[in-house]
Design a binder for this molecule. Structure first.
Ligand code: SF4
Length: 85
């Protein structure tokens, strides 16, 4: 999971900070969202997803990991069965 936040959309409601303070914070100056962690541990995936859903302006985007750190791409067994030659 990779998180991005759009500070241009954020209205500083603080929902995300209340839901997952390990990941989200608010800027002391302008009150807008700040990210502590871009790639959270798996045990925080669910609360991060809830925080994204509860953001009133859709400022939090979540992307799945698209590959391992070494640049390889994960292929699931299901996906592999659909490969044609
Ligand atoms: S919930 Fe959305 S609008 Fe509220 S502080 Fe977080 S990112 Fe900003």
């Amino acid at each position: 999971m990779r998180i991005t936040v759009n500070r241009d959309l954020c209205v500083g409601s603080g929902n995300c900070v209340m839901n997952v303070p390990e990941v989200f914070d608010q800027d002391d100056e302008d009150g807008l969202v700040r990210l502590h962690v871009v790639e959270p541990p798996e045990d925080l995936y669910e609360p991060v997803e809830v925080a994204a859903q509860m953001c009133p302006v859709g400022a939090i985007e979540i992307a799945p990991d698209d590959g391992a750190a070494d640049g390889t791409t994960h292929v699931t067994p299901e996906a592999a069965t659909h490969v044609t030659t």
